[in-house]
Design a protein around this ligand. Structure first.
Ligand code: HEC
Ligand code: HEC
Ligand code: HEC
Ligand code: HEC
Length: 205
């Protein structure tokens, strides 16, 4: 009986100390990244130097707080109210006003699911709008995408979909949906992988 208790005891002690072994020094990946980010071979590492070129806004989503690029300064036709100073309906009926936005062609969901008014509010063009008619800032357009693409949104929050601008060292700055997907034509066209072509190499010589 005593021998059995000692065996169990030493097994438990073993479990306790195995936490100190090299491989399981950290309890999870997040902890490992945070710890290793502090110093790397004695050098302090940070993403700061790589994200300085961007104007960033901080967001907090489901326990993740990180930075995303600001959008409004990147949109040529912003501020929309330079032209949309009155409700859209009136503008569309006014025959003195020329047609606009020839370059915006929708290739997203089909027309019964989505039209301009799904995301834009004709009475408040400087803001986007959610499906529930809430005002959404142009810098936070990922909130629109999240309504219908929750798997990608979940992945993006954790960093599995999309791209960190600087790297995994803090502060974390991440591309937002519209940095990669045009909201009007979000599909990424398929590409062939770049291959080393030995035949072309021979022809070049
Ligand atoms: C240079 C003037 C101008 C600016 C700037 C402008 N618009 Fe417009 N927009 C128009 C005019 C004029 C119309 C109405 C005529 C038309 O529908 O072609 C219009 C129509 C629209 C429509 C309705 C299109 C449709 O087919 O129902 C949307 C949506 C829209 N604008 C969004 C925006 C947004 C968002 C911005 C800012 C990011 C913006 N516009 C900035 C001139 C402008
Ligand atoms: C799925 C949501 C969605 C729909 C539907 C949509 N937009 Fe947009 N639109 C956006 C978002 C988000 C932006 C801001 C993109 C950015 O940050 O670059 C934008 C930007 C714009 C802009 C300013 C940038 C530019 O390309 O000139 C115009 C104009 C515009 N939309 C017009 C329209 C019109 C017209 C329609 C309908 C034919 C439409 N949008 C449908 C989400 C949408
Ligand atoms: C109202 C719902 C809705 C909103 C809002 C919306 N989408 Fe979509 N999206 C769809 C639907 C529906 C499809 C078509 C799905 C399909 O063909 O399988 C689609 C297709 C796509 C695709 C192509 C998927 C593929 O498999 O090729 C991408 C990428 C995408 N959306 C990104 C976005 C982004 C980025 C935003 C925000 C700017 C956004 N969507 C906002 C409903 C939405
Ligand atoms: C750094 C660029 C980047 C960012 C940021 C990004 N995406 Fe994507 N996304 C891609 C690429 C590239 C693909 C195409 C993958 C493929 O074809 O296999 C894709 C594919 C998709 C698809 C098609 C289905 C799939 O998973 O392949 C959807 C929907 C989508 N993204 C939505 C989003 C939403 C919503 C956001 C923001 C929350 C977002 N993306 C942010 C690059 C990005």
């Amino acid at each position: 009986m005593k021998a059995k208790a000692t065996a169990i005891g030493s097994f438990l002690i073993c479990l306790l100390f195995s936490c100190k072994h090299k491989e399981s020094e950290y309890h999870n990946l997040e902890e490992k990244i945070t710890e290793k980010s502090k110093t790397y071979h004695g050098i302090d590492i940070s993403s700061e130097a790589y994200i300085n070129d961007y104007e960033l806004v901080e967001i907090s989503e489901g326990g993740h707080t990180f930075l995303i690029p600001e959008r409004k300064s990147q949109i040529k036709s912003f501020s929309c109210t330079e032209c949309h100073s009155r409700p859209l309906v009136g503008m569309q009926k006014d025959s003195r006003i020329q047609r606009a936005h020839w370059d915006v062609e929708m290739k997203h969901a089909n027309a019964s699911t989505m039209n301009c008014a799904t995301c834009h509010n004709g009475n408040d063009m400087n803001h986007l709008k959610s499906l529930a008619n809430d005002q959404v800032d142009f810098n936070m357009s990922y909130l629109l995408c999240a309504q219908c693409h929750s798997p990608q949104f979940e992945d993006w929050k954790g960093g599995a979909h999309g791209k960190n601008i600087g790297g995994w060292a803090k502060p974390r700055a991440s591309m937002t949906c519209v940095n990669c997907h045009n909201p009007h034509q979000p599909q990424i066209p398929p590409k062939w992988p770049i291959r080393f072509n030995s035949q072309m190499e021979i022809e070049r010589k």
